[in-house]
Ligand binder design. Structure first.
Ligand code: FES
Length: 173
């Protein structure tokens, strides 16, 4: 009789004898195990990030870099650029007024969205969470960014725009 019953059950069902309701059931023990593994993976990931930053610390920008000709960016305009070197960071060059230029890292200090200069309100805007920065100093005016935008020093000579780190020898104007 039991043999007859076994014959009625298809092979696949005999190999996986789990009811449909049981297939989605997660026991407390399984859930705790999952949480433990997930937390462990997170801790490992964070540890790897810390070790990486210790092993390969970010270096300051070195030297002076040509960005563009002065007439490429009109007053009120902005140009994105990158400097290839120890780390590739996007920057923005802003032509605030005649003869007045600024350059900042383009990564917002909140969650690294790309910021842009808005000439209509004369502020640097981060569109992700409405963070606003002063385009002269990079200081936070409003919103969630915790720090000012890192700034580069700008020099214009013979119609050409150059930038370098403020930690280098300052430009004499
Ligand atoms: S990423 Fe810029 S305000 Fe959030």
């Amino acid at each position: 009789m039991a043999e007859d019953k076994n014959k009625q059950i298809p092979d696949w069902k005999r190999d996986f004898p789990i009811d449909q309701e049981e297939s989605t059931h997660v026991s407390r023990r399984e859930f705790a195990k999952f949480l433990g593994l997930f937390s462990g993976a997170l801790a490992l990931g964070n540890g790897a990030i810390v070790l990486n930053s210790w092993a390969f610390p970010e270096k300051d920008l070195e030297g002076e870099h040509f960005i563009c000709d002065e007439n490429e960016v009109p007053v009120g305009g902005m140009k994105q650029f990158e400097i290839r070197g120890t780390k590739e960071i996007p920057y923005i060059l802003i032509h605030l007024e005649e003869g007045e230029w600024r350059a900042f890292e383009q990564k917002c200090t909140h969650l690294a969205c790309a910021v842009r200069y808005r000439a209509d309100i004369q502020q640097i805007e981060c569109p992700c969470h409405k963070g606003y920065f002063d385009p002269r100093t990079g200081v936070v005016i409003q919103g969630p960014p915790p720090r000012p935008l890192p700034q580069l020093e700008v020099k214009v000579a013979d119609g050409k725009v150059y930038v370098k780190s403020f930690k280098d020898t300052p430009y004499t104007s």
